[in-house]
Ligand binder design. Structure first.
Ligand code: ATP
Ligand code: MG
Length: 360
């Protein structure tokens, strides 16, 4: 049973996105759906990790700024209610950067380099050996993003599970070193005596949605994504281009590992129709074109209400900035409190500071 947090008596979750582009269908099934389902029963914090976007876009900071705002619009358009959830900007939460420093001292370099997601990203994003020092730091920074909010759970896609595992290790290590928690203590012992709870990964309905290339996971950085903000025409076009490897409509089609069917399974609510189409596809009785056309229809049915909300939001940029301003203020209050507890545990609680946004 999740332990509830002190102020709201609701269990807390923290998750977020890097503004390296806009949100896509992988984010929707991997994490956003869980956020929508939990936003009334949980105390929700959603971070837009703009400083982490600099790991690969240091020279494009102005574009990162635009994407930060676009991701906030994506959240609101997808149905995240800013009266229920706190949406905030990472770069305006100084406690996160400070916690990153403390955490970085508790983790060996070798441990960091064994993280399979870091290795994967270096390969699929073609970073070679020219990645920045900051790129290697980002999983530690992500542990600080999470632990600054002392959440019980983190809704994420499968690729993030190794980062959550590292976050759990850092929380335990901090609690053992600075709060005197028994190294053999279980999660309950950490929650009781430590500064940090040991948070759990909460993986979405589809843990890893494949990209339209049929190869890599759908990703903002790999040009294989269908975005929540795509127009109906763009969705149709992208569906038509999905790589299935099939030559002609009369060839027996393959279901396994075919992104066309991964998407029907994920987004077509009519399971009977999907079953029937799959049968005909395998028998060479229906062409890719018809199945792709139907797919575009079901995806567009999901995205249409988001498009309508997006149009309203784009006409009111001040409203979006206000959501971010209010959320960032609330997030700072929580993160500052956590940092103070951490500094007390470390013994660096020399002076307590106040922090507020101008205009508060
Ligand atoms: P980038 O290419 O810049 O790494 P991304 O598309 O991987 O971007 P992130 O911002 O890194 O997106 O991830 C945000 C959240 O969405 C994470 O919880 C991640 O696990 C989840 N997620 C991202 N892509 C997918 C996917 N294809 N399927 C399921 N979940 C996903
Ligand atoms: Mg990613």
């Amino acid at each position: 049973m999740a332990k509830t947090n002190e102020t709201t008596a609701k269990p807390r979750i923290l998750t977020g996105d890097t503004p390296t582009g806009r949100l896509h269908l992988g984010h929707y099934v991997g994490s956003i759906e869980n956020r929508l389902a939990l936003q009334h029963s949980h105390d929700c914090f959603f971070i837009i990790a703009n400083t982490h976007a600099l790991t690969t876009r240091a020279e494009e900071s102005k574009a990162v700024r635009q994407d930060t705002i676009q991701i906030a619009i994506d959240y609101l358009a997808a149905g995240i209610d800013p009266n229920q959830s706190t949406i905030f900007i990472q770069s305006e939460i100084p406690a996160i950067a400070e916690l990153t420093w403390y955490f970085a001292m508790l983790l060996g370099y070798g441990r960091l380099m064994r993280n399979p997601t870091v290795k994967d990203e270096i390969t699929v994003k073609n970073l070679g050996d020219s990645y920045s020092f900051g790129f290697l730091m980002y999983p530690v920074g992500q542990a600080a993003d999470i632990l600054a909010f002392r959440p019980q759970a983190v809704p994420v896609g499968e690729d993030q599970v190794p980062h959550i595992e590292m976050t759990r290790e850092i929380a335990r290590r901090f609690n053992v070193v600075y709060s005197g928690v028994d190294p053999q203590g279980d999660d309950a012992a950490h929650a009781k005596k430590g500064v940090f709870p040991v948070p759990e990964a909460m993986v979405g309905r589809v843990s890893r949605l494949v990209g339209t290339d049929g190869k890599n996971k759908m990703s903002k950085s790999l040009d294989n994504a269908i975005y929540l903000s795509d127009t109906a025409k763009q969705v149709q076009k992208k569906c038509n281009k999905i790589f299935t490897g099939r030559m002609s409509a009369s060839d027996p089609g393959v279901i396994e590992g075919n992104p066309l069917w991964a998407y029907h399974d994920a987004f077509n609510p009519d399971k009977g129709e999907v079953q029937d189409m799959k049968g005909r596809y395998q028998a060479g009785k229906v062409g890719d074109g018809d199945c792709k056309k139907r797919l575009a229809e079901v995806i567009n049915a999901l995205l249409d209400p988001m498009r309508a909300r997006r149009a309203e939001l784009e006409a009111q940029p001040d409203r979006v900035m206000w959501v971010l301003y209010e959320g960032t203020g609330r997030a700072n209050a929580v993160a500052e409190e956590t940092l103070w507890r951490a500094k007390q545990a470390v013994g660096f609680d020399f002076f307590r500071r106040g922090l507020s946004l101008v205009g508060d």
